[in-house]
Design a protein. Structure first.
Length: 43
């Protein structure tokens, strides 16, 4: 089990960056924060 930034940094391959996977992991990793912000913005 790794943290989100470490997992994203592992997307660097031998021949370049895996942009599609890197962006997918970034979106999935930011979803919990966005959900919490939406829930508590009215408090």
């Amino acid at each position: 089990m790794r943290t989100v930034p470490v997992g994203i940094s592992m997307m660097v391959g031998e021949f370049g960056l895996k942009w599609d996977e890197m962006m997918a992991f970034s979106v999935i990793g930011s979803l919990p924060v966005l959900i919490l912000l939406c829930q508590y913005r009215d408090l």
